[in-house]
Each structure stands twice: as structure tokens, then as C-alpha cells.
Design a protein around this ligand. Structure first.
Ligand code: HEM
Length: 416
């Protein structure tokens, strides 16, 4: 059988969803890492231009750090627009105000405003609340399924991060689920189960924006001890965030903090359940949980890629990139680059050091919530293993259909 490296791949579209049915196409990426940069069409979006695939660890770091040549401006997705039809309102216009889709100096100004709320120390301040939320979610899952047969994603995974970040933002507990639904529908736009029609994205936003709007107005009048109030009051050089910027922060944190943490926790637990030896290493305490979390993030980066756009003509690994060209930084590939990681397709919680790119390639956009996510996942693993003597996979799993969100939609599990 010939490998892709020996074949003509000019027609290969890395973003073709049929390659992603069982997860990221790691074999395709392995072969791409041995080639010059590959250019793909975006076949599912015929009105969109194609993109270059940046697949080697070093190249991802180079591109990620050079924001002047490789901009995050406007979009971190491969598509420029998700409007239902040309000229129709486009939800991406709203997203274009978030700091993740900005370059310095504006990006840096926005990040500086919130960074002090996301130090590793601050993350530890939330530990008790996280433990409480995790146990409340498990209690409810077991109450609804006394036979111990649960869906790790739908019954547990989707609730915990939403409640944690919702709590920090000051969202009442009873509204957290509604926010999850809105954010799910805006970020999983490739999956027809969540977004049957692209116009549904707008419907979700039409409900979501007024909700947050009202909350921001309320906090401006009546400050509380939450992140929404902190955003309203934050100042750098005497300058405050505008009402729209506060709204965008709220939206960004809901989206970035939700999908990611649940994807990493549920996928990582699945890997542990598939490998009793690894599970025992974790249960016995032979490997510190902090280290286990790093392997979860390396093996299952929650965002398969982030996009950059070239601001000038530039050469990169044999490719003549033109100003305006799109590049996908495939974190799913960088994290399995054999030039950096021994036996990269092996899930091994003993891996140390583990300089993965799951929180980004190290540039200006390195994950704001990395400290928070690390604490949250550590406590989540700890509480889960403490609670159940046994966790086993219990039937066929299903993927979320996406090239951006690297996650499972269904993981049936039997706990006892
Ligand atoms: C396991 C969990 C998480 C993973 C794997 C993850 C991954 C990432 C990645 C790869 C980026 C880089 C974006 C780029 O290259 O353009 C990023 C950025 C970001 N993440 Fe996370 N994230 C996680 C959890 C969180 C949480 C819990 C929060 C918030 C509470 C958060 C907030 C953000 C924000 C605001 C950015 C944008 C930073 C910037 O533009 O400077 N993330 N994340």
C-alpha cells in the first residue's frame, strides 16, 4: 500500500470532514510533516479561498510568534464568513471584536486588562468552587442514571466548565445551561446536529447578545465580585473597556473556556479507560496529576487548529505564501511531531518533559485560561477517580463533526 508521501496530494483537502470521522487524520498529518507546506481547497465552503497547512512543531512556533507577518485579525477559523448567503448578516462580524481575533497593539491592551484575573494563583482561588461544582454535576448524573450508565460528554462533560466559567462571570447557576446551548450552537457550526442551518447561528446570537447586554448594564449599575464587574472596572493607562468590549470578553470566555476544557477532560478520560496500565499509573498516584493533565492536552488538543493570515509575501518551508493567504496552525499535528516527541502516537502520562502546543504555539495568543484549565482538569480527574472504583467504556462513541473542535459528542461509560 502506498503512503501519502509517495502519492500526488495536490487534490487533498485536509479540511474534508470525511477524513475526520474518527478524529483528526493523524496519518495524513504524519505524511504532510515530511513535505513542503501543503495548500488545500476548502471544499465544503466553495465561496472561500483555500489555505496552507502548517504541520511541524517548529513551523507552528515560528508562525505563532511572528504576529506581524501572520495576523490573527478578523478570524481564527478557516472561513471568513458564515453568513447564510452573500450579504446576509454575518455572526463573524461580531467575533471580529474579540482579542483572539486582534493583533498587537490592541490585542495586548485587551489582554493586559484581564490577565491579572487569570494568574495561576487566581485559578487556585477557585479550587473549592470547582470541586463543589464537579461533585454536584456527578451527583445529578448518577441520580438520573442509578444504574451507573452515563454519557461522559452529555451528562457530565458539557456542564462542569460552563458552570465554572459561568460562576466566575457571575451568571446565575440556573442560566448556565442556557449559555452552554448558545455557545455550542455558535462554535460547532460544522455539525448539522447542533446547527442544522447556518441561519441558526444568528438565532442563537440574537438570544445570547441581549442576555449578556442586560447583565453588563446591570453590573455597571450594581457591581459584584465577578469577572463581568472586573471587566467593567478594569483600567490600563486610565482607559476602560467599552460596553461592546465587555460583551465580547464575556462571549470569548464562554466559548474558549467551555468547549476546550470539556473536550480535553472527556477525551483524556477515554484514553485512560482504554488503557488499564495508564489508568493504574494515575490511580496509584505514581504520576502527579499535573503531569497527567499535560498529556491530556498534548494528546487531545481541544482546538485542532487556529488560523493566521499572511500580511505580506513570505517563504515558508518551500511555499511561496502571498499576502492575504490563510494558514492553519494544526496543533493536532505539532503535538505529534516525531522531531519533538518520542513515540508521539502513544498516550503516556509519564511523558516528561511535555512541551506541547495544546494551549497554542507560544506567541501572543497563548491561552489566557491555561492556568484555570489546568487546575480545573486536575480537580476533575481527582474527584472522578476518588468517587468511582471503576470506570469503563460502555458502547460506541460518537465524534462532534468538526475540523476545529477536536471533541467527542458521546462517550457512554459505566461507573461503579
Ligand atoms: C483544556 C482547556 C483549554 C485549551 C486546550 C485551550 C486552548 C487554547 C488555544 C490553543 C489558544 C490559542 C489561540 C491562538 O493560537 O490563536 C487559546 C486561547 C485562548 N484561550 Fe484557551 N484553552 C483552554 C481553556 C481555556 C479557558 C478555561 C479559558 C477561559 C476561562 C480560555 C480562554 C482563552 C482565551 C481568552 C484565549 C485567547 C488569548 C489571546 O488571544 O491572547 N481557554 N486557548
Amino acid at each position: 500500500m502506498s503512503t501519502i508521501a509517495e502519492t500526488d496530494i495536490s487534490d487533498l483537502d485536509v479540511s474534508d470532514l470525511s477524513l475526520w470521522k474518527e478524529g483528526p487524520p493523524h496519518e495524513v498529518f504524519r505524511d504532510l510533516r515530511d513535505r513542503d507546506l501543503h495548500f488545500s481547497a476548502l471544499s465544503d465552503f466553495p465561496n472561500e479561498t483555500g489555505f496552507w497547512s502548517v504541520v511541524r512543531y517548529d513551523d507552528i512556533a515560528t508562525v505563532g510568534r511572528d504576529w506581524e507577518t501572520f495576523s490573527s485579525n478578523r478570524s481564527i477559523l478557516l472561513v471568513n464568513s458564515v453568513a447564510a448567503e452573500p450579504g446576509a448578516p454575518d455572526p463573524m462580524d461580531l467575533g471580529a471584536n474579540m482579542m483572539i481575533t486582534q493583533d498587537p497593539p490592541r490585542h495586548d491592551r485587551l489582554k493586559a486588562l484581564v490577565q491579572r484575573e487569570f494568574t495561576p494563583r487566581k485559578a487556585l482561588d477557585h479550587a473549592d468552587r470547582m470541586r463543589e461544582i464537579i461533585n454536584a454535576v456527578w451527583d445529578r448524573a448518577i441520580e438520573s442514571h442509578p444504574d451507573g450508565r452515563i454519557d461522559l460528554v452529555q451528562d457530565v462533560g458539557i456542564h462542569v466548565p460552563a458552570m465554572v466559567i459561568g460562576d466566575m462571570l457571575g451568571v446565575p447557576r440556573e442560566d448556565a445551561e442556557q449559555l452552554v446551548d448558545w455557545t455550542n450552537r455558535t462554535s460547532a457550526f460544522e455539525d448539522p446536529r447542533l446547527v442544522p442551518d447556518l441561519s441558526d447561528l444568528l438565532v442563537a446570537l440574537e438570544e445570547f447578545v441581549p442576555y449578556v447586554d442586560a447583565m453588563v448594564t446591570e453590573r455597571a449599575k450594581c457591581p459584584m465580585h465577578d469577572l463581568t464587574t472586573a471587566f467593567i472596572e478594569a483600567e490600563v493607562d486610565g482607559e476602560k473597556l467599552s460596553h461592546e468590549e465587555v460583551l465580547m470578553f464575556f462571549f470569548l470566555l464562554m466559548v474558549a473556556g467551555n468547549d476546550s476544557t470539556r473536550a480535553t477532560f472527556t477525551s483524556g478520560m477515554k484514553s485512560l479507560m482504554e488503557d488499564p496500565e495508564q489508568m493504574e499509573l494515575v490511580r496509584s498516584g505514581a504520576v502527579p496529576l499535573e503531569q497527567v493533565v499535560e498529556e491530556f492536552v498534548r494528546f487531545h488538543p481541544a482546538f485542532a487548529y487556529m488560523r493566521r493570515t499572511a500580511t505580506r509575501d513570505v517563504e515558508l518551508r518551500g511555499a511561496e505564501i502571498k499576502a492575504g493567504d490563510k494558514l492553519a496552525l494544526w496543533y493536532v499535528s505539532g503535538n505529534r511531531d516525531e522531531r519533538v516527541f518520542d513515540d508521539p502516537n502513544r498516550f503516556d502520562v509519564r511523558r516528561e518533559p511535555n512541551p506541547h502546543q495544546g494551549f497554542g504555539g507560544g506567541g501572543r495568543h497563548f491561552c489566557l485560561g491555561a492556568g484555570l484549565a489546568r487546575v480545573e482538569m486536575k480537580i476533575w480527574i481527582e474527584e472522578t477517580l476518588k468517587r468511582f472504583e471503576s470506570l469503563e467504556l460502555d458502547g460506541p462513541t460518537e465524534r462532534l463533526s468538526s475540523t476545529f473542535l477536536n471533541q467527542w459528542w458521546k462517550i457512554p461509560v459505566k461507573v461503579s
